[in-house]
Ligand binder design. Sequence first.
Ligand code: P6P
Length: 317
Amino acid sequence: TMPFSVYLQQVDPDLAGLLSAVADASVKLSDAVRNAPLRNLTGAMDTTNVQGEIVQKLDDYSNQVLMDYCKASVACAGYLSEENEGVTTMNETGSLVIAVDPLDGSSNIDIAAPIGTIFAIWKRKSVAGPILESDFLQKGDECIAAGYVLYGSATMLMLSVGKGVQLFALNSSTATYMSVNSNVQLPSIGKIYSMNQGNLSKFEQAAKRFVAHCTETDKDTSRPYSIRYIGSMVGDMYRTFLKGGVFLYPAYEGETKGKLRLLYECIPMSFLAEQAGGMGTNGKERILSLQPTGLHERCAIVIGSSALVDLYLSFSK
Ligand code: P6P
């Protein structure tokens, strides 16, 4: 099968350089995640991030590694991460900006559950020089590439450069990603829903109606569906791409935003979902059409098999 480096030969050189840097960083993170307990990399630091969340040691380490690798990629002009308050200039002559969740699902680090790195890449809007916040406040429809790395039972890289979705598996003995699927298709139907149902009473009405639908007994439509929830978006989304189903973190009643982050969680996952034939919405409209107004802006998300997302949208009317 094709090594990632051969796949990158068909990609625009600037973008290929940055994707190669992110892939190389993820090889390092995969090793760190799997050996964290023995390297004093589990547990929390005595700091909190811009969200007021306690920073896990591995969160900070992952962010540092990704910043180093992006800095070394001359095409990368700017870096945004959940772990950093503002935007960081990388190379003033670079043409690209990257928004990253360095280690999503870090509450799962200490219980050895799947976690991952999520990223989205845009062309900078400013001509050159120090990067600006406005370089990152771009719609998902303007995104030129997005992907994630899952540190699960295997380390998997799923990405798109706008020509469908490709999937690679890490060969840890050669530290090489090898192609395993050149055209990932998110199944249009599914029998799995994925949400923190503990919050159901707080979620908007459409979520309550959707869960009632999923849990109703109806043999003709294979209901009740199954619930699968890891509490780590990358793990829940990887299953959704392969098995179909829908992942939901809806808005609370009376609110429009959800818990997850628009720029470095919801947009990259929605970019991939649409490229794979699925849908990514906030329960009312396409996530890729939303105009971000804040770097760490939150967003509701209902994403996965088009039949299930459409059903949710019908409950939102
Ligand atoms: P809850 C992890 O902290 C995360 O950002 C996503 O990876 C995950 O899907 C979600 O939050 C879990 O949130 O409220 O169910 O614990």
